[in-house]
Ligand binder design. Sequence first.
Ligand code: MN
Length: 391
Amino acid sequence: MPTTFVTATHTGLVRRGNEDAALADPPLFAVADGMGGAQAGEVAAGMVVAALQEHRPRTAAELAALVEASNRSIFERAAGNASRSGMGTTLTAALIGDGRVDFVHVGDSRAYRLRDGRLEQLSDDHSLVGEMVRRGELSEAGALSHPQRSIITRALGVDDTVEVDSFSVELAPGDRFLLCSDGLYSMVPAERIEAILGGGADLATIAAALIEAANAGGGEDNITVVVFSPDGSVPAGSAVDTSIVPAGDEAESAAGERPEKERGRWWRSWRVLAVSIAALIVLLLAGTWYLSQQFYYVGESDGKLAIFQGVPLEIGPLSLSSLYRQSDVTLGSLEPFEQERVRRQELSSLKTAEAMLENYAGRQPAQPDPDRGSGSGRTTGTRTSSTTVEF
Ligand code: MN
């Protein structure tokens, strides 16, 4: 029996435009989720789907080559137009071959296979949370509520080259396939997708139920599904519910301010911003450290007076002061108000700090210490060593 298929897309309940695109042109099927805001996302998703439709790749190699060429076209079109800079698109495409299905995949749209009632995700999400899940740093459930779940790490059109995942699966009788944008799986738990995909009487009913479930779950994003049955074992069914906007329909894509779907541009500027902030922090720390080293203060080290260079502060692991010179004047030998002054760690010049220490040293009770000459001054504990005091 010939392959049966259905595509359906819906704007969802939050967005004003639909930047998803879908293709069902057996043996080729695809879902693309555009990004970049304003008209850009629609353009990028539309470009790759149009290229697939026009060139009709018939082998996995042709498909991969076409995707790479599309990447370059989108990138060049974005570079030539400021309002489209940062535009890009995901692409998950399937090509039915002889006893197998070949896939190409970039971004966070997904390909699933349902076999014997069990749902299998065939593609890896190229997203921040997808990578964290694969590294075992985040659970599948955690990924769905993560604040950065919409950041994708790979897309067509954002760089002049792109790494494309290519993979194939063997076909078995009764296999059903689903390609979808993140607007479906971010709103509908996998068990529910499994039940709907396995339970419908025909593909149109399945597609309508998937979109209904995504909207019931919040409908926060555009929802696009392509469902196909390579051996035609599931009937296509009648036309999908009229409330579902057909793929490529731009009726709802009203022009004007559209603050939604800025994630592609945001992802790019986020990288630039992160590097700028890091550079600024390094500069600020270096500047702060340099300035701090212009100050000195008299403080205490191991119960004895000492001169410190810097200011008595720590910024994270960075200490802004270090021991400059230790004396053998004990803190206990000072008058209470002098001890208090030392504890306040008042900043001064090196000259003033040295004079303070000299003054305190001068009033320290003489200690028998043959190693210290009376003329050596500043750090000796002998009363006679104190000669000048400067403030
Ligand atoms: Mn999306």
